[in-house]
Design a protein around this ligand. Sequence first.
Ligand code: HEM
Length: 528
Amino acid sequence: MMMMALLGHRARVLLDCEMMGSWRRGVHRLTGLWAAGVVEGQRTLPREGAAAAPKSLKEMPGPGTFSNLVEFFWRDGFGRIHEIQQKHIREYGRIFKSHFGPQFVVSIADRDMIAQVLRAEREAPQRANMESWQEYRDLRGRSTGLISAEGKKWLAMRSVLRQKILRPKDVFVYSGGVNEVIDDLIKRIQTLRSCEEDGETVTNVNDLYFKYSMEAVATIIYECRLGCLQNEVPKETLEYIEALELMFSMFKTTMYAGAIPKWLRPFIPKPWREFCRSWDGLFKFSQIHVDDKLREIQACLDRGEEVRGGLLTAILISKELTLEELYANMTEMLLAGVDTTSFTLSWATYLLAKNPQVQQTVYNQIVQNLGKDTVPHAEDVPKLPLIRAVLKETLRLFPVLPGNGRVTQDDLVLGGYLIPKGTQLALCHYSTSYDQEYFKAAEDFRPERWLRHGHLDRVENFGSIPFGYGIRSCIGRRVAELEIHLALIRLLQKFEIQTSPKTQTVLPKTHGLLCPSGVINVRYVDRQ
Ligand code: HEM
């Protein structure tokens, strides 16, 4: 759900990102910048005799506060953030400024400028102003987690978690558990399609993948099964799903809560109230699982047995995080890990159904390099570059986080403008993903564009960085990739995914994250 955004604060960033302003395309390229001055760290000083000093923010174009308010509050701009992002870039160019309520944002939709910002990051980059998230935590005496923490606290927690889930080999061990969840996903598909007249269509795959993603991520982070994919979902789990739906609605809530200044809250109390209610539900959800695991470990120790387990057990035993930090991180990881994965799987399924030739090529590679029935494990995925390319291309066309944010930690010259330290930047990933200069035939689904000589191209393309880049990038990336790669491989081994008369054209909408604006219906046809 970063909610980027992941992320609630991300949601604010996204919102700001949409309000972009104008500028002449290509003028503010990095090359021009370097020519204009001597770079000292991130700051560029005018060279003696150099043509022009950087311009001030006053000279930067962008939409006015009033037009933003109209766009967002009167024309439901919150649902069209990705489109507004593109509109503003057409009007103002690849760098522009916006005011939104109390917030001031400089938006960037230039691949080189994005690379410049991310490559120059210090040891603890700040994503966005997280005031509202921090305020909730202060109010309830809760800790921050990775998404909401900053500075030394973030760095300390990140160092602990990075070692447990960010390296590919850390997540290899979860293949078995994820495959068990995929067994249930396949059974669920068979049940659902048997209820349809043609015996093949599954309506609303979004719902199906939401349950899959929740089950898979819970298997990894809570080390337990929730029963989301059973025909009769346990009552307890239904309550959990409700809590997660709250979490989903929170992205929008966060946007409103962040955009409304504190002094206005007594007059417009609902967004802040709902924001707190959503967080209460989420924290409660995580606390139950962490406490259960803690009791289990204690019982094990009391019996004098060796304690074995996965991520949660390892963190609890190592005591590298306090209990409050653990609640907060489990809460924020779940928040970030369910909708992101399920939307991406929904879009991948939709794109494969709409592009049968691409699907056939991917299937052929699976059969050739893995086999028709071999259950894949993480170690097998590198043999299937096309599956990885399908995920990359899906995330280029539908980046779950259509924008991201950074607060500048030094003065910085970008696109010929001097951006002072402490400025909120919005990185407009949706727009760069569709920029024809960065991606030929950018509207088309072409996974092979990510391959070079049949292998995944390792060179980072800053036009599409769906998991972010660098030290503050997505910590759940390997988990998400594992869940998506394994699910896609096994679904393609088992079924040909086809369109049905019920398959409508589905466009994206922004609901905090970029998500399908309608239900996706496809046929899962048994392979002969
Ligand atoms: C397709 C799936 C996913 C996508 C596209 C995605 C994308 C992102 C992006 C763009 C960021 C911000 C990175 C930055 O600021 O540079 C992020 C951060 C984060 N993601 Fe993901 N994510 C996904 C799945 C997951 C999963 C499965 C988890 C947890 C298991 C997760 C946990 C997090 C956390 C905790 C952060 C904050 C990291 C930090 O600030 O240190 N994400 N994600």
